[in-house]
Structures are given as structure tokens and as C-alpha cells.
Ligand binder design. Structure first.
Ligand code: URP
Ligand code: ZN
Ligand code: ZN
Length: 466
């Protein structure tokens, strides 16, 4: 089937132009000036999508999601089916989720378990990173094998002792292996050993409310861990990608390493750009809705994170989508903040929320596309199949209405979770139409996608390594 998307404004990292987009089957075949002869010829017998008044952008790539993730005696509320559908509603056409190695198990069984959850259930394409919670000879060998299967990035944790935590020695070994295998280590950089001391001291003082989650995870312990991760990566000669960076101190560490020429990269997430420790301190148990790690920070960090996005010290915006219902799941932590499952729902609203940065003059339209689609695709080996509107690329295309107004609410969102962290937030802009590999998934605000359309996408290495 051929489709012509005409009359829209195409936005790429290099600029903004009126252009028609020609799709044949699953791929983009050409972009041409509106009304050009090639577009008119192509239009004969093709389906037409009128993009007048819309921005035409590459489908967004969310490289940090947790669907059906076991955590703290429960599991995240979105399945691959519901979570990828919600992602599509928000203009995301590829996710990279985290398969988990359980301590004592091989990486392979974790990866198999995640394939069993996802395969045949997704509305959009998906890939996997691998969480390594047990660094040993066997898992290092398996890292090399998994790279060959398109799992080219491995997350390690400096937090959560006894669960996912790795020692500095483990991290160094995994980074050396990553260097040898052409992989990227993604780091959850918080000093979990020190945090656990602060948590038990707080609980013994009777400080049990959600806001103590933030107080016991001070920003200095994120900045310290980020510096340590970067130092270990330098010793190993390996790239490092800091996930969910939330604070100015950690950003400074990344910026220094980048200025010194190191392969150090970082992402932030909408919750660190729009929410704050004031949300965590909401009345009663309401703050539990905002418990995630690293925790939400004081609002004064927001401006620095936006600056980091402009300077490319923050290269990517991902969601760290990890939804737990307020009822029954977040409530596991009533009377003990340390038992509140960590995570915030967000896979549906990243494109919209970061568009508010365009509206506010924090980032340009091109940068908006870059941090949501092009750079994550390049960083995680999906480019040029994903993240770009170019001949030969998958026809993952979003038509975005830049003038629409909407109010975010759990009453209208599509994530399988009973609250929104942005309830009542009025925003400008809305996803109108979404194609995934040439097939309509969202059609003028109607879901027309299909469970099982999404395919596993094997990934190459990080394009930014020098
Ligand atoms: O609170 C969070 N971020 N939950 C998801 C797990 C992680 O560390 O990314
Ligand atoms: Zn993490
Ligand atoms: Zn995460």
C-alpha cells in the first residue's frame, strides 16, 4: 500500500520545511516539495493523509520503559499490550524496555522472560536493554552473545543493595566487557549503600511519609555516584550513559566529562523537568504518586536541566515509565515510605510535555525532535531505521497538531494506571495521527492499531562513540 502525507511541515534535527512524505509499504520512499511532479505522480492510486496545519515528525523513540516489571512485591501496571498502546497515543513508535537478570540466573533466562511478555503483544516496535544484577564470568560472556542478538546496552545499578546493586568492582568488570563487546553501560547513579543508612535512620525516627523518600536520597548522592560511574568508565575505556538524571550536580559531572572528550552521555525525564519535591510532599499519602528514584528534586533544578538539553549535555528525554496504581500498589507503602513501589507513569506524555519546552522557548522544534526521536535512535543503534524521516527508513511517522489544547487526566489517558502525575495540567499541542511501519495506529485521535503489530527490533551499537 502506498500513502502520501501532504501539506504538512516536516521537522528534522536540521530544520523545518514544507514537504510531502511518500510511503510505500513499511518504508518511507521519498520526501519532496509540496505539489512537485514526483509527489503528484506518486499520489495516483495512493492513500492520502492531509497534514495541513500539522507538524510531521519521526515517530518518537522511548529508550527507557518498564512494562510488567516486578518491583517490591508487585509489578508495574502496564502490560506490553496496554503500555505500547498508550505509547502510540503519545506519538511514540518504538520503546526499548529493560529485561531483568535475577541474581543467580543467567542473562538468557531474563531475556527469554521479557520476550515471552512482549512478543505478539505490542502495538509498536520494541527492543530490549538488559539489567545485569549479577556480574560474573558467565554474565560477562553472555553480554557478548546478547550484543550479537541486538541487545547492545546493559543497565547496572549503584542503588538498591540486595536487589540490583553492583559493587564498583562489578561495574568496572561489566564496563570492560562492554568495551570489548561494543556495548554501552547504562547507569542508575545513586549511592545506594549510603541511602540505605539514611532510610533506616529516618524510619527509626518515625519518619514514614512519602516525602522522606526524597529526603533520604539527597541530590549529592546522585552527583557523587555519577562522578564515580564516569571515573570507572574512564578507567575501563568504555562509554557510559547516565539514566534518569535529575539534578544539577550530576549534570555538571556529565558536562565536565563531555568537555574532556569522554564518551559520557545522559538522559533526563519529563518528571524531572516539570515535577518537584513539593509534589512528593503533598498532603497525606498523596505524595506516594510521585515516588520514583532518583526522587523529584527542588524546582530550581528545572532550568539547569533545560539548559542541559540545549547544550547536549543531556542528549535524550526518556520516560522511565514505571506505573503503579495508587490503590493497592503505592498503598503498599502506607506507614513506610521505603515500601512504596518506585516509579511514575509517563509513556503517553513525553512528546506533549517536551513540546511545552518549545512553547516556552526552552528548546527549538528541531531539538524537540532530536531529543525524543533522532538521538535516542542513534544512541541505541536504531538509526536510520528509526528516528528520522528519510528514504529507506521505517514509516514511523507522527502528525502533531501544534495549536491543539488539552488537559492531562487519568480520566482520558490510556495508560493502565489509576492516576496521572500531571492531573489537570493544561497544555498546548497534541498527537493527531501515528503510523507505525506504514500502518495507521492513531487516526485523527482514534486508536486503529493492533496487538501484535509491533516487532522486536535488534539494535546495533551506539553511533556517538569516538
Ligand atoms: O523509580 C524508578 N525509576 N523506577 C524504575 C526503576 C529504575 O530505577 O529505573
Ligand atoms: Zn534506574
Ligand atoms: Zn527505569
Amino acid at each position: 500500500m502506498r500513502t502520501l502525507i501532504s501539506g504538512g511541515t516536516v521537522v528534522t534535527p536540521t530544520g523545518t520545511d514544507a514537504a510531502d512524505v511518500m510511503v510505500d509499504g513499511e518504508r518511507i520512499v521519498a520526501l519532496a516539495a509540496p505539489g512537485s511532479e514526483v509527489a503528484s505522480t506518486f499520489a495516483e492510486g495512493a492513500e492520502r493523509i492531509d497534514a495541513t496545519g500539522r507538524l510531521v515528525i519521526p515517530g518518537a523513540v522511548d529508550v527507557h520503559t518498564h512494562m510488567e516489571m516486578p518491583f517490591g512485591g508487585t509489578q508495574s501496571a502496564d502490560t506490553f499490550e496496554t503500555g505500547t498502546r498508550a505509547a502510540a497515543w503519545g506519538g511514540t513508535t518504538t520503546i526499548v524496555d529493560f529485561a531483568i537478570q535475577r541474581k543467580g540466573d543467567p542473562l538468557r533466562s531474563g531475556l527469554d522472560a521479557w520476550h515471552a511478555k512482549a512478543d505478539g503483544n505490542c502495538a509498536i516496535d520494541y527492543g530490549f536493554h538488559m539489567i545485569v544484577s549479577d556480574v560474573n564470568d558467565q554474565s560477562c560472556k553472555e553480554m557478548d552473545v546478547l550484543v550479537g542478538e541486538g541487545v547492545t546496552s546493559f543497565k547496572l545499578f549503584m542503588a538498591y543493595p540486595g536487589v540490583f546493586y553492583s559493587t564498583d568492582g562489578d561495574i568496572l568488570r561489566a564496563m570492560q566487557q562492554a568495551r570489548a563487546s561494543g556495548a554501552t553501560v547504562m547507569m542508575h547513579a545513586e549511592n545506594g549503600i549510603a541511602i540505605d543508612v539514611l532510610v533506616s535512620q529516618a524510619l527509626s525516627r518515625g519518619e514514614t511519609a512519602p516525602r522522606f523518600h526524597g529526603i533520604t536520597r539527597p541530590d549529592l548522592l546522585e552527583a557523587e555516584a555519577t562522578r564515580r560511574a564516569i571515573a570507572l568508565a574512564k578507567v575501563a575505556g568504555a562509554p557510559v550513559y547516565i539514566v534518569h538524571l535529575s539534578t544539577t550536580g550530576a549534570l555538571e559531572a556529565v558536562a565536565e566529562a563531555r568537555s574532556a572528550g569522554q564518551n559520557a552521555f545522559a538522559e533526563t525525564c519529563p518528571q524531572y523537568l516539570f515535577l518537584s519535591s513539593d509534589d512528593l510532599a503533598r498532603e497525606g499519602f498523596e505524595g506516594a504518586k510521585y515516588v520514583c528514584s532518583p526522587p523529584l528534586r527542588a524546582a530550581e533544578h528545572h532550568a539547569n536541566l533545560w539548559r542541559g538539553l540545549r547544550t547536549d549535555d543531556l542528549s535524550v528525554v526518556s520516560t522511565d515509565h514505571c506505573p503503579f496504581c495508587f490503590k493497592e500498589q503505592k498503598e503498599l507503602g502506607l506507614g513506610d515510605f521505603s515500601k512504596i513501589p518506585n516509579g511514575i507513569p509517563g509513556v503517553e506524555h513525553r512528546v506533549d510535555l517536551t513540546y511545552q519546552g518549545v512553547v516556552a522557548g526552552e528548546i527549538s522544534l528541531s531539538r524537540w525532535v532530536e531529543v525524543n526521536a533522532t538521538t535516542p535512535a542513534r544512541m541505541f543503534g536504531l538509526y536510520p531505521r528509526k528516528g528520522v524521516l528519510a528514504p529507506g527508513s521505517d514509516a514511523d511517522i507522527v502528525l502533531y497538531d501544534p495549536a491543539a489544547r488539552q488537559t492531562i487526566s487519568s480520566a482520558t489517558h490510556h495508560m493502565s494506571v489509576d492516576y496521572s502525575a500531571y492531573e489537570g495540567k493544561a497544555i498546548t499541542g497534541r498527537v493527531d495521527t501515528v503510523l507505525s511501519r506504514g500502518r495507521l495506529v492513531i487516526d485523527g485521535g482514534r486508536y486503529v492499531g493492533e496487538k501484535g503489530h509491533g516487532r522486536f527490533v535488534p539494535r546495533k551499537g551506539n553511533e556517538y562513540l569516538v
